[in-house]
Design a protein. Structure first.
Length: 168
């Protein structure tokens, strides 16, 4: 799909502000939602998604990103079946039985700590992620096991939202 967002860092800083910051800095939540909708064949408007998430929790307003439960609430409110899983050993099964997934995780690099949302799906025997890395230019191959990928990367406090498509 040509209209997916593969790298939020490529979004110009003036475009699609998210709270007081740029979507390039804190937009991974709405971007994962956007990519999931597009992968399932649904229309998605970045500005509409940003407004939705900015209204979701008054203390955040996009300034520090998206609340962890935000994507699950969005899809449930819009009629999509959603399963939430926090047990890493169950991620592969949920990922393989969902049309798309949104993964939330924390990462650490030395003293730097951060969190990230990515959209992913299981296709052709492997998990593929969208907007995974700062240098992503297309879909990122995670391999046959999401659990193994996350352990190898040492990501932690992970949550997987398995989303099934609904009729248009």
């Amino acid at each position: 799909m040509n209209d997916l967002i593969y790298n939020q860092g490529d979004i110009p800083k003036e475009k699609w502000r998210y709270g007081l910051r740029s979507s390039a800095a804190t937009g991974c939540g709405w971007i994962a939602t956007y990519n999931a909708l597009r992968l399932m064949g649904h229309p998605a408007d970045p500005e509409e998604l940003i407004r939705y998430y900015e209204r979701q929790l008054p203390l955040i307003h996009g300034n520090t990103g998206t609340a962890i439960w935000g994507p699950a609430l969005y899809f449930k409110q819009h009629g999509f079946p959603v399963k939430v899983e926090a047990k890493l050993s169950r991620f592969d099964t949920l990922g393989k039985t969902s049309d798309v997934c949104i993964l939330f995780y924390w990462w650490r690099n030395g003293w730097k700590l951060g969190a990230h949302f990515v959209c992913l799906q299981y296709r052709d025997g492997a998990f593929v992620g969208y907007n995974t890395y700062r240098n992503s230019t297309g879909p990122d191959r995670y391999g046959e096991s999401l659990e193994a990928f996350l352990k190898k990367r040492k990501y932690f406090a992970t949550v997987l939202f398995g989303i099934r498509n609904r009729a248009n």
